[in-house]
Design a protein around this ligand. Structure first.
Ligand code: NI
Length: 180
């Protein structure tokens, strides 16, 4: 079991676009295990490899609170989505303490590969649909706050900066901008 370090917004490495997985080997299985451990430990219901600074197309999700429905999606892509959209409140392990409403397609169909490289399909609605879309965005270098208004985004940046200040005196000295 290994807990990986989760990059925090606005870290620029969250903007790197992930590349497809080509080797379905032991290392991939180990990464998937470590990502699941990291997600459960946080705790969270989804994690993209991008968030642990590994820029490969792999996500893990488990929307159950009993940790009993782990899904590992390698090279996921959207094959269909509903025109009907729904608003859902989202949070992100890379943007701790921030929860905002985002509108996304209600239903999605996904094709992906499992850890052995076998192609699988999945239809998702509700929270699972939201979670998969959120994680797939990470693989494209996109964070859920990108969907929000500029005003909300700047409030979030300020809130995150203040959090850094209160957590660490050393960090205060390194910041070039005054608190406001
Ligand atoms: Ni996220």
């Amino acid at each position: 079991m290994a807990i990986l370090k989760i990059l925090k917004f606005p870290d620029e490495r969250l903007r790197i676009k992930a590349t497809p997985v080509v080797d379905f080997d032991f290392d991939l299985k180990k990464l998937a295990n470590d990502m699941a451990d990291t997600m459960y430990n946080a705790p969270g219901i989804g994690l993209a490899a991008t968030q642990v600074n590994i820029h490969k197309r792999i996500i893990v999700v488990d929307i159950t609170s009993e940790k009993k429905d782990l899904k590992v999606l390698v090279n996921p892509y959207l094959t269909n989505k509903s025109t009907n959209q729904k608003v859902h409140e989202e949070g992100c392990l890379s943007v701790p303490g921030i929860f905002e409403e985002v509108k996304r397609p209600d239903l999605v169909e996904i094709a992906y590969q499992d850890l052995d490289g076998k192609t699988c399909r999945l239809s998702a609605d509700g929270l699972l649909s939201v979670c998969i879309q959120h994680e797939m965005d990470h693989l494209l270098g996109k964070v859920f706050v990108d969907y929000l208004s500029r005003l909300k985004q700047s409030r979030i940046r300020k809130k995150i900066n203040k959090g850094k200040h209160s957590n660490s005196k050393e960090l205060n000295l390194e910041l070039s901008e005054p608190l406001n």
